[in-house]
Design a protein around this ligand. Structure first.
Ligand SMILES: [Zn+2]
Length: 312
């Protein structure tokens, strides 16, 4: 049977919407900025936007969707279908799953963007042929900030939406964080932090890539800032090795593209921190920017199967 699925990936600044067929091919993708509105209207305005995008995708492709997958940023209670909080988009305790399902007239699978991108990465990307990794892994997306997900004994840890905030775990030498705490990993270990610290010291606005290039050219300031990032990241990784013992740590986002040399540095620094612990493999993420829509597709398929099971 050729079924179709609507996919929505709602991030802090834009929405990616897609329509996929039953082979998992994404036939069309639309991208729109999220509307900035008062927090009390955020959920209603978002759902109206999703409904419009869904209608356009079905009109453009001539396909009729049988279910939808929706993933959103922020704190998410995936079991209850609630967007607990989004700093960027403003909703609080919004029943996004039932609102979207009603607007589209379809069953909707709902979850957290990073968790589902991580599931897609482990089921379809780097973990596709790696059973051990699929069962015990940490996925870290290191870009402007640091997002992450923990897979332990084959279960993605959610804890009501509060688990996996590695970017906001405390590290030695951390700075004041936008979240309100001091010392968070992402104030030192993210691509954003590397760029910002170098920019603050030199007065030159650069990206993390340029800081790596500066180090390669012998710039000691750049070398120090990158070294701080490596040490902060492996401090947090070492805590994970003693708490949840991943088989592998999958690294995605801008900083993971800093080259094989960067992985080797992380590995050397992490090894130095461990003794009897299981040394995780450090693996580069395969799926890249598509991981979110692939994660939404996993949810759309699950909810479609569940509702087909109920109907029969
Ligand atoms: Zn923080």
């Amino acid at each position: 049977m050729n079924e179709h699925f609507l996919l929505f990936d709602v991030g802090g600044t834009d929405i990616k919407a897609g329509l996929a067929n039953s082979n998992g091919e994404v036939l069309q993708v639309l991208r729109e900025p999220t509307h900035k509105v008062a927090p009390e209207n955020a959920a209603t305005v978002l759902v109206a936007q999703l409904e419009q995008l869904g209608r356009r995708l079905q009109e453009d492709t001539g396909a009729t969707a049988s279910s939808a997958g929706l993933i959103v940023c922020g704190l998410v209670d995936s079991e209850e279908g609630i967007g607990i909080f989004s700093a960027n988009l403003g909703w609080r305790n919004a029943p996004l799953k039932s609102m979207t399902s009603q607007a589209l007239g379809l069953p909707v699978g709902f979850g957290h963007d990073v968790s589902l991108a991580a599931r897609a990465e482990l089921e379809l990307g780097s973990g596709a042929k790696d059973e051990a990794l699929r069962r015990n892994a940490v996925v870290m997306i290191i870009g402007t900030g640091i997002a992450s997900a923990l897979m332990v004994d084959g279960r993605l840890i959610s804890a009501g939406g509060y688990a996996g905030e590695l970017g906001h775990s405390q590290v030695p030498g951390g700075f004041d964080c936008a979240c309100g705490a001091t010392g968070c990993l992402e104030t030192v270990g993210s691509a954003g932090a590397i760029a910002k610290r170098y920019g603050d010291k030199t007065g030159v606005s650069v990206g993390a890539k340029e800081v790596f290039a500066a180090r390669a050219a012998g710039d000691e300031l750049a070398a120090g800032i990158i070294n701080d990032a490596v040490e902060a990241l492996t401090f947090t990784m070492a805590q994970l090795c003693s708490s949840v013992a991943p088989e592998g740590i999958v690294l995605g986002g801008g900083l993971a593209q800093a080259g094989p040399g960067f992985f080797a540095e992380l590995e050397k620094s992490l090894r130095r921190r461990l003794s009897f612990h299981r040394m995780p493999r450090l693996i580069s993420a395969h799926l890249g920017a598509d991981a979110g829509l692939q994660g939404a597709l996993i949810l759309a398929r699950e909810v479609n199967q569940a509702s087909a099971g109920q109907a029969s």
